[in-house]
Design a protein around this ligand. Structure first.
Ligand code: EPZ
Length: 429
């Protein structure tokens, strides 16, 4: 298994190109199942999860062709996928595949909406929480889908098609909103989604569906209206840039000190996180091409943060912020409200000398003057990158084990950081 070796202590200087968003790419690729024509996606990141989803879609009969490199294209430019679900040959998503990537459960929506049936394995729990899919199932039932649970599979049927309806989520859910949007797009009549997720990835998927011929209004707000259409077409869409990757590198610069330009970053996508970084004493300057992040001289000030659905502080940046606060001048508090078990990084950060107390949903972090390199273990995608951030500022060498977690969601992390002066390398096998 690959590991990453980091010798900490250097500041970061230079430019980091931000890739397309993993959490927009996955639902966009799944949306290709809604049409028999080709969906072309540009700015697709080269991630393990994207590769795995290609295999999962292939299981349903979807052809994915990767566009060739174009003149002037750099190694950092996203890839272009030509995705064709002309003929769906299988409407079952097996446990072996779904259990590897939870988001693949969302194929249930386009399959039952377009074909009238789907048999999809329940995803099961994961490192950060139980993560049930009851709200997604509720949304489909609201659109007239009959649901059976059998042998760990959700069997969804709608032989006469879906019917528009009212969906009111008891709690904001990103996956539930993606599922409702895709299903309602091909339902007959009008669907109203209340308490919808407002994440930029939701807006990106709605934009793409509208290019495919859907009639969606209100995406990005908590009330979305979908006028169903009988058929969707092909389209070309460029994936929105990754706000979590943006926030992660901003935290890395804040941790080490330095001055870095985050190219393609969109400040309006992560206002809450940028405000917290400003409170912590980091200089944040939006520019025409991205965001400039700098910290020179001044120490890191402690903050109090509670995670929340967009536009609140994203749970996917919680671990990275905690790493930063391990070196703050004082006491910070971070409360995690989205996932019940998202503090796996605490014990690993403690191995680097961090002082963190956990009480229920809240972590109290006593800032220390210095961290010391050590062997640490990645446990999930965002926790693993928080260890990289801490190691960049730790004295001596850190070895991060099980980096396959990182590869799921960060494209060329070592290249991007070493291009800015970090001493970081991957050790294969
Ligand atoms: C998406 O997960 C993201 N994944 C997550 O990013 C992200 O952390 C999460 O949204 C919140 O922003 C992708 O986009 C692929 P939810 P999702 O449904 O859709 C509960 C990463 O690191 N819930 O918004 O699964 C659920 O347990 C990943 O990139 C139910 O109870 O999250 C959680 O407590 C990690 N029943 C809360 O709602 C349901 O049916 C929010 O979950 C659905 C959700």
């Amino acid at each position: 298994m690959d590991r990453i070796r980091i010798a900490g202590g250097g500041k970061l200087h230079g430019t980091i190109p931000i890739s397309g968003a993993k959490n927009a790419t996955l639902p966009l690729m799944i949306a290709s199942l809604l049409t028999d024509q080709t969906l072309i996606l540009d700015n697709v990141p080269r991630l393990a999860d994207v590769g795995l989803l290609q295999r999962i879609l292939g299981n349903h009969g979807v052809d994915v062709m990767v566009g060739g490199k174009r003149p002037g294209e750099s190694q950092y430019d996203g890839q272009t996928l030509h995705i064709s679900a002309a003929r769906i040959v299988d409407t079952t998503a097996p446990y072996e595949l779904v259990s590897k990537m939870r988001a693949s459960f969302w194929v249930i929506a386009p399959l039952v909406a377009r074909i009238g049936e789907a048999k999809v394995s329940m995803p099961g729990g994961c490192a950060i929480g139980t993560r049930p899919v009851d709200f997604l199932i509720m949304a489909l039932a609201q659109l007239g889908v009959s649901i059976e649970i059998e042998g760990g599979y959700v069997i969804a049927r709608a032989p006469n098609g879906l019917k528009g309806g009212e969906i009111d989520f008891p709690k904001v859910t990103v996956g539930g909103t993606h599922t409702a949007l895709m299903a309602a797009s091909l339902a007959s009549g009008t669907t109203v989604i209340e308490n919808a997720a407002r994440e930029p990835e939701i807006t990106d998927v709605a934009d793409c569906l509208n290019k495919m011929g859907a009639k969606i209004t209100g995406a990005g707000t908590s009330r979305i209206v979908v006028e169903g259409v009988p058929k969707l077409n092909g389209a070309r869409h460029s994936v929105v840039s990754d706000r979590i990757e943006t926030g992660t590198y901003a935290m890395a610069v804040a941790m080490t000190g330095g001055d870095v330009m985050l190219e393609n970053a969109r400040p309006e996508q992560l206002q809450a996180a940028l405000e917290v970084l400003t409170q912590a004493g980091v200089d944040i300057t939006p520019t025409n091409s991205g965001i400039r992040v700098a910290r020179n001289g001044a120490g890191i000030a402690p903050v109090e943060v509670t995670t929340a659905p967009f536009p609140g502080f994203p749970t996917d940046l919680q671990a990275q912020l905690m790493a930063l606060m391990t070196r703050a001048k004082g006491t910070s508090r971070i409360t995690e409200t989205i996932f019940e078990n998202r503090f796996m990084h605490v014990q690993e950060l403690a191995r680097l000398g961090a002082r963190i107390q956990l009480a229920g949903e809240t972590a109290t972090i006593e800032g220390v003057d210095k961290l010391q390199g050590a062997q640490v273990m990645a446990t999930d995608l965002r926790a693993s990158v928080s260890l990289v951030i801490a190691a960049l500022a730790a004295e001596g060498e850190t070895m991060v084990n099980r980096v396959y977690h990182l590869d799921r969601g960060f494209e060329r992390l070592e290249d991007k950081l070493s291009a800015c002066g970090a001493t970081i390398e991957r050790i294969s096998g």
